[in-house]
Design a protein around this ligand. Structure first.
Ligand code: ADP
Ligand code: MG
Length: 829
C-alpha cells in the first residue's frame, strides 16, 4: 500500500474509487482481522521521533562543555610534566562526569517523553459496521474515522462525507484560517493546501462533522514527511534555567579572572608555566558549578513526573516552574469546579405546551447518543436532555422514526445556542436550545414569565436553557433560520460541585492565589455557584465568550499577574496559548485545547491544578536549595585559592581534590535535594513575584557562607604539617562542611534538625562521607589524590572546622527567628 501512494492520488478520485483501491467498504469499514493484519504490515500510526530521547544531542552536550576542554588540557599538561597518575585521574573524572551527566539527562528526557506518550490520542473508528474507540496508534489505511469538532485528525485520509466540516491546517501548511473540507475530488496536481477533499494527521477539526477514509498512517503521512524538519528543535530554556545559566556564566567569568590573576602572580614569583597552569585550572574548576544546569533539568523532569502522578501531565517543561509562580488561576466552571454531570432538575413548559413536548423538543435539539451500556456519549448538556427524554419514555427510536436530520448548526459558545433542522411528516421543523435571553430575543411570543422563572432557577445555581421550535416555510432563506421561534419551555440543569473544589479554592487562596471563575453561564447561576465555593463576587465572570476570555487573560497579565487558565473548547485555544500556563481538560477537553495547553489534567479537577501549583513551588524551592548549596562550595574554594596563592602559602587543593568535591561529594547530595519534600509552608505563603533567583539578602548570606567555607578550609590548610597533609585537611574540610551545610540550606528559617526527613539526601550524604573517608584513609588512593592519612588530632581539627559554617548558619537562623523576622508556621518558637 505504501508503494501505491506515489502513483495514486486519492484527492483526485471519488470516494468509491479510493475505497476500492484500499480494499475497504464505505458502509462498514475494515473487518477487525483485516485491520490487524494491516497493522502488522504497515506498522503503528505514530511518529518514531517522539518516543526516544535525542541521545546524540545529549552526548554532544556532555562533551561540548568548555570545562571539559579545560580539564582535557589539564590532563595533557599533567602528562607533559610527567605526572601520569594525576593526568589519568583527571581524565577518569572527566569521563565519569560526562557519563553521569548523560545518564541523568537522558533519564530526565525519557521521563518527559513518557509523559507525552501518556497523552496518546484516541480515535473513533468504524470497523465491521460498528463504532468503537481505540488508540490512534492502531489505525491503518482503509479505516473509516468519524471526525467531529475539536478533534485532531488522527491520520491522513480522504474526506468521504462532510457536513460544515472545516479544519485548522496551520501546523501543516501555515494557513492560519480554518479551511473548508468537502467530498468533491480536486485536480491531481493540486498543492497540499488546496486538497479540500483530504484531511491530514496533525490538523484539527474546528467545525462540523465528517467521515475520513484513512489513506496513510505514521511516517507515511504529510506530517511524518515534515517531522524530520522539526526534529532537532530544542525547547527554549525556562526562566529558572536561564537564570541558572546566567549564574554559571558569572561564575565562569569569576573563575577566569581569578585564574589569570593567580597564574600571573605565580609566574611573577618564578613558578614554572606548567605549575601556574595547573593552579589556574584548579581555580577554574573550583569556580564553575558543573552539576548545576543538569541538576535543574533533572529537578524539572522529576517534578513533571510527580505532577503526572497527581493527575497533571506536563506538555512543556516550563510549565512546571511557571505554575510555581502563578498568581491567578482563571478556572472554568463547568467540569472543573463542578462535576459536569448535568441532570435535568426542573422543567417548565411554556403556556400551551406539555412537559413531554418540552422534553422531546429538548432531545431533538441535542446530538448526544444513548449507548448500549446505559451511558450517554456527547456534550453533557445534550446528554442530560437525551437522558431526561429517555427516562420519560421518549426513546431515541420513537423520536427519530418519522424524522430525518437535514442540518445541524452546532453549539458554539459565541452563539450560545444549537439548532437541528429535521424533515418531518408535517414539513420541515427546527429545534433550538440555548441561553434563555438569546432564545427569548428570537421568539415571536412574549416570555416575561419564563424570564422571571429562568432568573429564579439561576439563583439556585441551575444552568437554565430555553427550548424552542419553528415550523419552516419551504421557501426560507438560510440565514434567517433561528428567528420567529415558538418557545416550548425552560429546563434547569443541575451540576453538582466537585467534592474537592471548595477545599481546593480555600487552599489556593491561603497560598495567596487569586481564583477567578470564568464561565459562559448566566451571571446569576455563576454567582450562586461562586458563593457555594467561597469565591468573592468580583471573582466571578459570567457570560464570557472565548474571545472575552482571551482579553481577560491579557488584562490580568498586563497588570503583572502570572496567569494559569483552564479551558476545554476549540475556542479556548487562543486563551490557553496566551496564558502563562494553559491548562486543558484531559477528559472533557478537545484535542485542540490539549494541543494549545502546557498542562493537561487527567481528571479535569480544580484540586489537581492546586496540587500542581504546590508541586511547582516545591520544585522552585528545591532548585534554589541546590543552587545555594553548590555555589557555597564553589565560592568557598575560590576564596581559599584567592587567599592562599597570592599570600605565597602554596597550592591549597589539587585539581583532583577540587573535582572530587564538585562532581562527587557535592554532586550526589545536590541531586538528592531535587527530591526534597515540600515544606508545609509552601502553600501558606504568597506567590513569589520576584524575577530573581534569590532576593538580595540571600545573595549576601550566600557570599557569607562561601567566605566561611573558604576561611575554615584555609585554617585547616594552615594547621597541616606537611604540604600533603595540609591539602588533605583543606580538602576534607571543604567536603565535610558542605555535607553539614546541605542540611542548613533546606530552609532559610527553620532549624536543620526540624526539617522533614529526606532519605535520598541521607543516603547521598552517607555515601559522600564514605568517599571522603576513603580518599583520606585508603592507602592506594593517596598517590592519585594527593592525600595522606590524618592522625587523630589533625582529624579532630578538620571535623571541628568543617562544622563551623553549619553552626554559624544555624545560629544566624535562630537569631532571625528570635527577632521574629521570619516566622516559621510549622515550628513557631
Ligand atoms: P461554560 O463556561 O459554563 O462551560 P459555555 O460557554 O459552554 O459555558 O456555555 C454558555 C451558554 O451556552 C450556557 O450557559 C448555555 O446557556 C448555552 N449552552 C451550553 N451548552 C449548550 C448546548 N450543548 N446546547 C445549547 N446551548 C448550550
Ligand atoms: Mg462549556
Amino acid at each position: 500500500m505504501a508503494g501505491e501512494a506515489h502513483t495514486f492520488s486519492p484527492h483526485a478520485e471519488v470516494p468509491a474509487a479510493v475505497a476500492e483501491r484500499l480494499a475497504t467498504r464505505l458502509d462498514q469499514g475494515l473487518s477487525e482481522p483485516e485491520a490487524a493484519s494491516r497493522l502488522a504490515r504497515v506498522g503503528p500510526n505514530r511518529l518514531a521521533r517522539a518516543v526516544r530521547p535525542a541521545y546524540g544531542r545529549i552526548a554532544a552536550r556532555q562533551v561540548a562543555d568548555p570545562l571539559v576542554g579545560l580539564l582535557v588540557a589539564a590532563a595533557a599538561v599533567s602528562f607533559a610534566i610527567d605526572d601520569r597518575i594525576e593526568g589519568s585521574v583527571i581524565a577518569a573524572i572527566v569521563v565519569l562526569n560526562a557519563v553521569l551527566g548523560f545518564v541523568q539527562e537522558s533519564g530526565a528526557e525519557r521521563a518527559v517523553l513518557a509523559l507525552r506518550a501518556a497523552l496518546d490520542q484516541r480515535a473513533t473508528v468504524i470497523r465491521g459496521g460498528g463504532e468503537r474507540e481505540l488508540p490512534a496508534d492502531e489505525l491503518v489505511p482503509g479505516d473509516l474515522v468519524p471526525l467531529t469538532e475539536g478533534e485532531r485528525v488522527p491520520a491522513d485520509g480522504r474526506v468521504v462525507s462532510a457536513s460544515a466540516l472545516a479544519v485548522d491546517e496551520s501546523a501543516l501548511t501555515g494557513e492560519s484560517l480554518p479551511v473548508d473540507k468537502a467530498v468533491d475530488p480536486v485536480p491531481a496536481g493540486a498543492p497540499l493546501a488546496e486538497r479540500s477533499s483530504m484531511a491530514h494527521a496533525g490538523t484539527g477539526v474546528t467545525r462540523g462533522r465528517g467521515l475520513l477514509l484513512v489513506t496513510a498512517t505514521g511516517e507515511a503521512t504529510e506530517l511524518g514527511r515534515i517531522a524530520g524538519l522539526t526534529e532537532g528543535a530544542k525547547p527554549p530554556p525556562t526562566p529558572l534555567q536561564r537564570r541558572v545559566q546566567g549564574l554559571t556564566r558569572v561564575m565562569v567569568v569569576l573563575g577566569v579572572v581569578v585564574t589569570f590573576a593567580l597564574g600571573g602572580a605565580m609566574l611573577a614569583r618564578g613558578s614554572s608555566f606548567e605549575e601556574a597552569f595547573l593552579v589556574g585550572v584548579s581555580v577554574a574548576v573550583a569556580a564553575v558549578p558543573e552539576g548545576l544546569a543538569a541538576t535543574v533539568t533533572i529537578a524539572l523532569a522529576l517534578g513533571a513526573r510527580t505532577m503526572a502522578a497527581r493527575g497533571a501531565i506536563v506538555r512543556r517543561l516550563t510549565a512546571v516552574e511557571t505554575l510555581g509562580s502563578a498568581t491567578v488561576v482563571a478556572s472554568d466552571k463547568t467540569g472543573t469546579l463542578t462535576e459536569n454531570r448535568l441532570r435535568v432538575a426542573s422543567a417548565q413548559p411554556a403556556r400551551g405546551c406539555g412537559e413531554r413536548e418540552l422534553l422531546a423538543a429538548g432531545a431533538l435539539a441535542s446530538t448526544a447518543r444513548l449507548l448500549d451500556d446505559g451511558g450517554v456519549a456527547g456534550d453533557p448538556v445534550d446528554a442530560a436532555l437525551v437522558r431526561a427524554a429517555h427516562e420519560s419514555g421518549l426513546t431515541e427510536d420513537a423520536l427519530h422514526r418519522e424524522r430525518h436530520l437535514l442540518r445541524e448548526l452546532p453549539f458554539d459558545p459565541e452563539r450560545k445556542r444549537m439548532t437541528l433542522l429535521y424533515a418531518e411528516p408535517g414539513g420541515r421543523r427546527l429545534y433550538v436550545k440555548g441561553a434563555p435571553e438569546v432564545l427569548l430575543a428570537r421568539a415571536r411570543d412574549e416570555g416575561a414569565q419564563l424570564e422571571r422563572l429562568a432568573e429564579q432557577w439561576a439563583g439556585e445555581g441551575l444552568r437554565v436553557l430555553a427550548v424552542a421550535d419553528r415550523a419552516l416555510p419551504d421557501d426560507l432563506d438560510d440565514d434567517e433560520l433561528e428567528r420567529d421561534l415558538r418557545l416550548v419551555g425552560l429546563v434547569g440543569l443541575h451540576d453538582p460541585l466537585r467534592e474537592t473544589a471548595r477545599a481546593a479554592v480555600a487552599q489556593a487562596r491561603d497560598a495567596g492565589l487569586r481564583v477567578e471563575m470564568i464561565t459562559g453561564d448566566h451571571p446569576v447561576t455563576a454567582r450562586a455557584i461562586g458563593r457555594a465555593l467561597g469565591l468573592p463576587a468580583d471573582g466571578v465572570h459570567a457570560r464570557v465568550t472565548p474571545a472575552e476570555k482571551l482579553r481577560l487573560v491579557e488584562g490580568l497579565q498586563s497588570a503583572g499577574e502570572v496567569v494559569a487558565v483552564t479551558g476545554d473548547g476549540v475556542n479556548d485555544a487562543p486563551a490557553l496559548r496566551r496564558a502563562d500556563v494553559g491548562v486543558a481538560m484531559g477528559l472533557a477537553g478537545t484535542e485542540a485545547a490539549r494541543e494549545a495547553a502546557d498542562l493537561v489534567l487527567t481528571d479535569d479537577d480544580f484540586a489537581t491544578i492546586v496540587a500542581a501549583i504546590e508541586e511547582g513551588r516545591a520544585i522552585a524551592d528545591n532548585i534554589r536549595k541546590f543552587v545555594a548549596f553548590l555555589l557555597s562550595a564553589n565560592l568557598g574554594e575560590v576564596a581559599l585559592f584567592a587567599i592562599a596563592v597570592p599570600a605565597g602559602l602554596g597550592v591549597p587543593m589539587t585539581v583532583v581534590q577540587v573535582l572530587i568535591v564538585n562532581v562527587l561529594t557535592d554532586g550526589l547530595p545536590a541531586v538528592a535535594l531535587t527530591r526534597d519534600p515540600p515544606s508545609a509552608f509552601v502553600m501558606r505563603r504568597p506567590p513569589d513575584r520576584s524575577r530573581h533567583l534569590f532576593p538580595p539578602l540571600a545573595w549576601a548570606s550566600l557570599a557569607g557562607i562561601g567566605a566561611l567555607v573558604g576561611a575554615a578550609a584555609l585554617c585547616a590548610y594552615l594547621l597541616g604539617g606537611s604540604a600533603n597533609e595540609a591539602r588533605t585537611m583543606a580538602f576534607a574540610t571543604v567536603a565535610l562542611s558542605e555535607l553539614a551545610l546541605v542540611y542548613s540550606v533546606r530552609s532559610p528559617i527553620r532549624a536543620a534538625v526540624h526539617a522533614r526527613r529526606n532519605r535520598h539526601l541521607d543516603a547521598a550524604v552517607l555515601l559522600s562521607v564514605l568517599l571522603v573517608v576513603a580518599a583520606v584513609y585508603v592507602p592506594v588512593l593517596h598517590s592519585p589524590l594527593g592525600t595522606v592519612s590524618l592522625h587523630a588530632p589533625a582529624l579532630a581539627i578538620t571535623v571541628a572546622l568543617a562544622l563551623v559554617p553549619f553552626t554559624a548558619v544555624e545560629l544566624g537562623k535562630a537569631l532571625l527567628r528570635r527577632r521574629g523576622w521570619a516566622i516559621d508556621p510549622e515550628h513557631p518558637e
